[in-house]
Design a protein around this ligand. Structure first.
Ligand code: TYM
Length: 332
């Protein structure tokens, strides 16, 4: 069976982008692949995290995944820092990947902003840890949202360079799996910006913990243009906000975007938004309730993560040992 690895940063609320771009796809893939899903807490601290919040968020993201339908008995679910081999392989990759490759990463440029000298070294080296996350399990497939595509290309380049440098056929070149009607969910306030955990405005995103009233308010306030509902996909790229909301509707209802456009073509935006609220609440409501139930007694989540770490370590340790042998590290 082919192996999947994917991860989420426990840096705040899971939002609709994480759900539609990633987690929902993971739920669908769990029957076809051996899956390893990770709360990447070591990635999270590349920018400052309050320690108590980080612990809480790690549990909450795990709760979100389980509530969304990821079966912890079938899949490996754990937090990154409990499997030391990720950081150990990342060091080897720090010595394989080139500065020039990392300099091209758009996410670093966005996150570091104007003052690159003040960014942590970890933020710059972040993609190497991500390559290690995937390759320490020799994962063949990585389901992610579109924003992670460039990092995955780097993971493939690093795997290839390692194989070439050492004259081995050791690491697979992992394939991105990017699919669904919402691979890049945009902010509800600005159709040119990605929906993200770090946006200052909570109105920019729908969180998986939002209740029905909050979802209704956020969708009602979501930015739209002054034109009527579109009749076709043509020209939709010039209407990013409308396109985004239609994409969200299509993804939530498991329908094709074109079909959704036709369905709403002769109607008002307000009607469309009201139906979008009902749909979002019907999908997210039960997940939200289950998350709350799981978070009320974290001992179950902790047990899941403990067991996940054991299973993950059992896969990762022999692979790290092989890497060390290939590199020539003496282990007397
Ligand atoms: P993160 O925590 O930012 O996001 C987790 C997953 O959600 C997807 N996603 C989105 N999809 C669609 N629209 C959006 N607005 C949106 N925002 C986020 C992301 O693409 C991702 O799939 N670097 C990764 C975490 C990571 C990882 C890995 C992923 C660390 N190691 C190894 C895959 C494999 C990140 O920051 O994701």
């Amino acid at each position: 069976m082919q192996r999947i690895f994917s991860g989420v940063q426990p840096t705040g609320n899971l939002h609709l982008g994480n759900y539609l771009g990633a987690i929902r796809n993971w739920v669908r893939l769990q029957d076809q692949y051996e899956c390893i899903f990770c709360m990447v807490d070591q990635h999270a601290i590349t920018v400052w995290q309050d320690p108590k919040e980080l612990t809480r968020n790690t549990r909450e993201v795990a709760a979100g995944m389980i509530a969304a339908g990821i079966d912890p008995a079938k899949n490996v679910l754990f937090n990154q820092s409990t499997v030391p081999a990720h950081a150990q392989l990342a060091w080897v990759f720090n010595c394989v990947a080139r500065m020039g490759w990392l300099n091209r990463m758009t996410q670093f440029k966005e996150k570091a902003g104007k003052h690159k000298e003040n960014a942590s070294v970890g933020l710059f080296a972040y993609p190497n840890l991500m390559s290690a996350d995937i390759l320490i399990y020799k994962a063949t497939h990585v389901p992610v949202g579109e924003d992670q595509k460039q990092h995955l290309e780097l993971a493939r380049d690093t795997a290839q360079k390692f194989n070439n440098d050492y004259g081995v056929d050791f690491f697979p070149l992992p394939e991105p799996l990017i699919f669904g009607a919402a691979t890049r969910v945009m902010s509800l306030r600005d159709g040119a910006k990605k929906m993200s955990k770090s946006d200052e405005s909570d109105y920019s995103r729908i969180n998986m913990t939002d209740d029905a009233d909050t979802i209704a308010l956020k969708v009602r306030k979501a930015k739209t243009d002054l034109f009527p509902m579109p009749h076709s996909v043509e020209g939709l790229e010039e209407r990013p906000e409308a396109s985004n909301l239609l994409g969200i509707y299509a993804a939530l209802s498991d329908r094709d975007k074109t079909e959704v456009i036709h369905h709403f073509a002769e109607r008002q935006f307000s009607e469309f938004k009201a139906e979008l609220v009902d749909l979002a609440v019907s999908v997210l409501g039960p997940i939200n309730a289950e998350m709350k139930r799981l978070m009320a007694d974290p001992s179950h989540i902790d047990a899941v993560l403990r067991q996940g770490a054991e299973r993950a370590n059992a896969i990762a340790e022999p692979i790290l040992k092989d890497v060390y042998d290939i590199v020539g590290f003496l282990r007397p």
